[in-house]
Design a protein around this ligand. Structure first.
Ligand SMILES: Cc1cc2nc3c(=O)[nH]c(=O)nc-3n(C[C@H](O)[C@H](O)[C@H](O)COP(=O)(O)OP(=O)(O)OC[C@H]3O[C@@H](n4cnc5c(N)ncnc54)[C@H](O)[C@@H]3O)c2cc1C
Length: 434
């Protein structure tokens, strides 16, 4: 099952290895002060740092791990307008104006990534490849098209219907009951994207402090003191951008962010004819279940990446690799016998209202809870966080709402996630049965 080069490590790290802890980074003891301290060196933290440093701020980014060791270089590289709540659901809950603003902002975030990588000349294989959403049953197909049509009417997002008999024009699978193509969604090499961000922030003079765990943020008359495993650092402003890795030291946020694991495998090198056969249009692919399976070609189309079994309580990916491979082969039988070169896992962040959040708590700016949409929203919120600190540009966001819910007794331990995933499976099956 495993190829000779198998490693439990993100596929992306081959092209974008993590910087060593002492490379381009600051000495052990922090001391001193910064205008802005950013907790978390993922996409959100680095985009915020870049904008702030270019506006003349002295910025320090602190990360408990190596820079990029979080989800930023572990994700699947789908760039979309992902949201677990439909426009109609949101309209019923918080009004049509708010629902439309949320969806328009998702679109701004999607377009923002493409514009940003182009402007910054970050070579990270951004492609507007389109996405095929495959319906797991006839009822799922009807629900999918109904939802896409409602969204089109509300905010104008384009899509095209793929009937069951035409699924093989998109993907070599007989499992699906039709689907839809959303033509303007993209894909990226997340490792190269984040590595590009690291070069940009270093050029802009940002100080990176890896292996520096933030244990608390105290407010005082002159600003804030950030307490870390390497000493204290004073700051006028603090940003928390820790998403699925939010540690329990950051108590208020840890009580609101539900960390759960995502798992991805990468196949061995495949002949171009195989890729041509199984995904002729080289899009990104996912299905209509809440607990999705997701597939994409590597940016150079040399192999296939597959993710699923999200929320399983396994700290490593290798024990799940065989099951993931079997699932992939059930979807794409032409891959029978395929071996794996990589398997990896990383933390995503859910929230109790299934919505990402940006806001301020006790004078500390935060943006997190991306529910699988952190590439576009992390980029977008990074820019917003900088605008808020600089007090210029567009500081507003439809995701900045008063309520950021938690649940009684929840302290950041996601013990219930596997149960919740089983509930979602049951719910999906119920819809599938009509
Ligand atoms: C397997 C997988 C697949 C995914 N696929 C996609 C996808 O296809 N498309 C998409 O848009 N999103 C996807 N995501 C989600 C996406 O990767 C994240 O939403 C995104 O990386 C945003 O998070 P971030 O960059 O803000 O934070 P991260 O990159 O997660 O970084 C947060 C950092 O905060 C640090 N930190 C936490 N607590 C502390 C502390 N107390 N002190 C110091 N540092 C701290 C951590 O060490 C970590 O490095 C996926 C995630 C996973 C795991």
């Amino acid at each position: 099952m495993f190829a000779d080069d198998y490693l439990e490590e993100p596929y992306w790290w081959s092209a974008a290895p993590l910087p060593a802890a002492d490379e381009n980074t600051q000495p052990v003891s922090l001391g001193g002060r910064a205008d802005v301290v950013i907790v978390g060196g993922g996409i959100t933290g680095l985009v915020a740092a870049l904008h702030l440093a270019r506006s003349g701020c002295d910025v320090a980014v602190l990360d408990a791990q190596r820079i990029g060791e979080g989800a930023a270089r572990r994700n699947a590289g789908f760039v979309g307008r992902t949201l677990k709540r439909s426009v109609e659901w949101l309209a019923a809950k918080s009004g049509r104006d708010h629902a439309v603003r949320v969806y328009r902002e998702l679109d701004t975030a999607l377009r923002g990534v493409e514009a940003f990588v182009e402007r910054e000349r970050i070579d990270c294989h951004y492609q507007t490849c389109g996405r095929f959403i495959a319906a797991n049953s006839k009822a799922h197909f009807q629900a999918l098209i109904g939802e896409l049509e409602q969204t089109r009417q509300a905010v104008g997002f384009d899509y095209s219907v793929v009937e069951k008999q035409d699924v093989r024009t998109e993907i070599a699978s007989d499992r699906y009951h039709g689907g839809a193509v959303i033509p303007d969604l993209g894909s990226i090499h997340p490792g190269l994207y984040h590595a590009g961000l690291v070069s940009k922030v270093l050029e802009a003079g940002v100080r990176l402090h890896p292996i520096t765990n933030v244990m608390g943020i105290d407010r005082n008359a002159s600003g804030k003191t950030v307490r870390t495993s390497r000493g204290d650092i004073a700051a006028r402003h603090v940003v928390v951008a820790t998403n699925g890795y939010t540690s329990r030291d950051l108590k208020w946020l840890a009580r609101r962010v539900i960390p759960f694991r995502g798992f991805v495998i990468a196949t061995e090198l495949l002949p171009p004819e195989t890729i041509d056969k199984v995904m002729p249009r080289r899009r990104t692919y996912l299905d209509t279940r809440m607990n999705i399976d997701f597939i994409r070609p590597a940016p150079d189309s040399s192999r296939i990446l597959f993710g699923g079994m999200t929320g399983t309580a396994s700290p490593t990916a290798t024990p799940l690799a065989g099951t993931l491979r079997d699932r992939l082969v059930r979807i794409l039988p032409d891959l029978e016998g395929v071996r794996l070169s990589r398997a990896w896992t990383g933390h995503c962040a859910g929230t109790f209202d299934f919505m990402p959040h940006i806001g301020v708590k006790d004078g500390v700016n935060f943006a997190l809870g991306y529910n699988f949409a952190g590439i576009p929203l992390g980029t977008h919120f990074g820019e917003k966080l900088a605008a808020r600190i600089l007090q210029r540009g567009d500081m507003t966001s439809a995701f900045d709402v008063e309520k950021f819910p938690t649940a009684p007794f929840f302290n950041g331990s996601p013990w219930f996630v596997p149960l919740a995933m089983r509930y979602f499976d049951w719910h999906d099956d119920r819809i599938a049965r009509g």
